[in-house]
Design a binder for this molecule. Sequence first.
Ligand SMILES: [Mg+2]
Length: 250
Amino acid sequence: MARLDINGTMVDTDLVIFDKDGTLIDFEYYWGQRMRLCGQQLLARIRGDESLRRHLFASLGYDPDTGTTDPNGPLATATMTKIYTIATVVLYQHGFAWDQAEELVRDTFIACAGAAPTCDLLRELGQVRPLFERIVQAKARVAVITSDDHRTTSETMALIGVDSLVSALAAGDDGFAMKPAPDAFFYICERLDVPPARAIMVGDTVADLRMAQLAGAGTRVGVLSGVCKAEDLEPYADVIIPSIDAIRIL
Ligand SMILES: [Mg+2]
């Protein structure tokens, strides 16, 4: 059991579950660069015009001109499979046959978005490895629940040096109902044999905190390092912190 001091709130826990994007990794920095690149590759391949470019990015919930992501949009919250479907629908609406649109998205957009993460795209939102090490040293465990794909997430954990510290991972393509459904949370707790009330959730979106609420998590911690503001998270959080660096192990 670890005793945590989270901005003055003392919490005893056996399992700390983190969201990935916006919580451990800078979401805009990674997905902003990657979405812009993927969109550009797709548009170059089909010689897409300005109206298609605008339609594509608006449908994904990303503004490539300002580099901002809609916190309630698909890019911020949906699984990659759904994001690929959205790109396919946009091509269909611009006159491509459905099967042709699927093929174009698969060959360019998916190939780009699903490529292994690289260090230059990863910016950590705090001292991830030291925090995970201290949690594990205090005899609690660390898990990750993310809407991103399993392979990309595993590769990211390895790149930031925490793969051996993460005891369980539930990703967007692992077949669970997506957040805020509590399924992935229950799976992690069952797998690690920890009652949900002894687990805490740390995440940057309302979906993370509602999932934890529905699962009966011990404590819900909202972080402001991602896409949501304090007023968005307050109704669902037990405690709100600027970043994971505000979590101390006693
Ligand atoms: Mg997130």
